[in-house]
Design a protein around this ligand. Structure first.
Ligand code: ADE
Length: 229
């Protein structure tokens, strides 16, 4: 998989890809990440990429020309499955979207800044708009990092133990059950007996019940979603 990220602040985005699982995924050749600084695609003085809003109002708007120049250059080189714009008014990111995107070959992620991008960018280039939650970030970069992390860890071969992504919270619309490690007793606080007994069908049943209980208590909306599917 290849991800091209278009941004005015590439330095804000680099470190998540330089450590741990994402770094290893890149080193293993399972994913390629390319950063494109939008300022390299402007022919205006001072590498300007934004301008005042038509009609007045506070806040600058990212201009269409450098975005078009960057996207068009990338599209000349390969075809893209999705061109994603990170924005608080996009569809809220969830595990289902991450699963779907992890199957793609090539995607572009455009990070918004200031008030956002000229609407014509959204109308004519963008195929998907994603928000990482109902709050406003200073720019799309941190959202893009979150999106990349959710996608990349799902690519086969990225996680050491193939099954571990399948047992994450939200796969199957359920939260993950409680987990424990050694010691089996700490300050009198005990690990549930069932986990120590080695009866795997019983352990599996306990985990399913606990996952359901936790989901019902904390996120009943997920159970309702399942009924609607
Ligand atoms: N840009 C600003 N806020 C955002 C959000 N919540 N999600 C994605 N991109 C954003």
């Amino acid at each position: 998989m290849r991800i091209d990220i278009i941004t005015v602040l590439p330095e804000l985005l680099k470190s998540p890809f330089e450590a741990s699982i994402l770094k290893r995924a890149i080193e293993k050749g399972l994913v390629e990440i390319h950063f494109h600084n939008l300022r390299d695609y402007t022919n205006k003085s001072y590498n300007q990429v934004d301008d005042y809003q038509f009609g007045g109002g506070a806040g600058m708007v990212m201009m269409i020309e450098p975005i078009d120049a960057c996207i068009s250059k990338l599209r000349e080189e390969r075809t893209y499955d999705e061109i994603i714009y990170m924005t608080p008014d996009g569809e809220t990111l969830n595990q289902n979207t991450a699963n779907q995107l992890s199957l793609k070959e090539n995607i572009i992620i455009l990070c918004g800044h200031y008030k956002g991008v000229d609407q014509r960018v959204r109308d004519h280039f963008i195929t998907k708009e994603i928000s990482i939650g109902d709050y406003v970030l200073s720019g799309g970069e941190l959202g893009a990092a979150v999106l990349c992390d959710t996608i990349i860890r799902l690519i086969p071969g990225v996680l050491g133990n193939e099954t571990s992504a399948l047992t994450d919270s939200f796969q199957d619309n359920l939260l993950a059950p409680p987990i424990y490690t050694r010691p089996s007793e700490y300050k009198g606080w005990k690990v549930p007996d069932v986990l120590l007994g080695g009866n795997f069908p019983e352990i599996e049943k306990w985990r399913e019940e606990e996952a359901y209980k936790r989901t019902k208590q904390r996120r009943p909306d997920l159970l309702n979603d399942q009924e609607e599917d």
